[in-house]
Design a protein around this ligand. Structure first.
Ligand SMILES: Cc1ncc(COP(=O)(O)O)c(C=O)c1O
Length: 381
């Protein structure tokens, strides 16, 4: 068998939907983009949603409209994909790394509070692999210290925190539509936003800070001469992407159900493997299971990477767990960082295949190979 780490889930109508966008002649920033934004906003409980080219550009734009500028600091987890920190850097600001909660792998509110300085402009909690961060604590910190909260919800479409959907929790949450995420448009991002004035500002900045949108110009009854009162970016989504996104929104509930069922099967199987630990699942959150992380017990004599090698030889793709940004040369600093929980999680965790189209037979094979290798570990221990 050959089992990838991840695969997008398509139901069959996507090709025709994308072709219809092409045939309509309106291929960028047209009616399908607007419809996708409306459907997305409704689904995540936001007042509005603004489509862009990726979650990275979404984060950068969200930080920018929050007022993050050179000289400011933004607190982020180091245990995240590097785009989390890059988006801060792209605003000319400094990412400040705070440690994680070792159970959830999400940014720890207490460590975050310790990292606040007079230069802190924003806190960026990440809903890591689709598990909501402790948003009540972050919103409270934001109020108390007068700093903004911008959510990195790259993996979290469909997740909810204490019964509230991610996308409805704070002024702005940024989602990814990359193929490794829960739903995809090939590449793409979405900013869920509560304040209509902020949504208008985001739309303006994503289109070169032009004061007339394509949609408005198209329906104008007089000549429109646009102007550019500020500087902006080109972060426009195409209508082919939006057409695909609309199909994916129709499939979202099925995708989430399938992922949740498969995750429960893994968790049950891992209970029998003493050298491996299933992810902690807080009762007050519904996660997306964008990835399934397995922690290799610290007492095991065989490393996480050796386990990954053995699985690869069996035809099973795995990935290391979420990276630690501060360990990369691009973010290293003299004297290092004091992030013990982040360092431990980056060393011990691997991701195993989980996607909506994974069959029970394929999953049983993954479980069987995990049991063989991890029992060898347990015996060796
Ligand atoms: C937590 C997190 N933030 C941001 C990103 C960047 O998303 P995109 O590839 O859409 O820019 C990712 C993607 O892997 C991610 O996992």
């Amino acid at each position: 068998m050959s089992i990838p780490i991840s695969k997008p889930f398509f139901t069959g109508g996507e090709g025709a939907a994308v072709a219809a966008a092409v045939e309509s002649g309106w291929v960028s920033q047209g009616p399908r983009v607007r419809e996708f934004e409306e459907v997305f906003a409704r689904r995540v409980g936001a007042a509005d949603a603004v489509a862009v080219t990726s979650c990275t550009t979404a984060l950068q734009l969200a930080l920018y409209v929050t007022g993050v500028r050179p000289g400011d600091e933004v607190i982020v987890p180091s245990l995240s994909f590097i785009a989390t920190a890059n988006a801060v850097w792209q605003c000319g600001a400094t990412p400040v790394f705070a440690d994680i909660d070792p159970r959830t792998y999400n940014l720890d509110p207490a460590a975050t509070e310790r990292a606040i300085t007079p230069r802190t402009r924003a806190i960026m909690p990440v809903h890591q692999v689709g598990l909501p961060a402790e948003m009540d604590a972050f919103l409270e910190l934001g109020e108390r210290y007068d700093v903004a909260i911008v959510e990195d919800a790259a993996c979290a479409i469909g997740a909810s925190y204490k019964g509230r959907p991610v996308g409805s929790l704070s002024p702005m949450a940024c989602f990814s539509l990359h193929p490794r995420k829960v739903i995809t448009t090939g590449e793409g991002g979405m900013i869920a936003v509560q304040d209509p004035a902020v949504a208008a500002q985001l739309r303006f900045l994503r289109q070169h800070a032009m004061d007339v949108s394509d949609l408005a110009r198209h329906s104008a009854t007089d000549v429109v001469i646009e102007s550019y009162p500020e500087r902006g970016w080109n972060y426009r989504m195409t209508d082919m992407q939006a057409a695909l996104g609309l199909c994916q929104m129709d499939a979202l509930d099925e995708i989430l159900e399938r992922r949740t069922r498969l995750a429960a099967r893994y968790t049950e199987a891992l209970a029998e493997m003493p050298a491996l630990h299933a992810p902690y699942d807080p009762p007050h959150s519904e996660r997306t299971w964008q990835s399934y992380s397995v922690r290799v017990d610290a007492r095991s004599p065989i490393s996480r990477t050796d386990l990954m090698r053995r699985l690869l030889a069996d035809g099973i793709a795995t990935r290391r767990g979420v990276m630690a940004i501060h360990q990369e040369a691009s973010y290293a600093r003299e004297g290092g960082f004091d992030l013990p929980h982040t360092d431990a999680a980056a060393a011990d965790v691997l991701m195993i295949p989980l996607y909506a189209g994974l069959t029970d037979d394929e999953q049983d094979y993954v479980v069987e190979r995990l049991a063989v290798h991890s029992n060898a570990m347990a015996v060796a221990a």
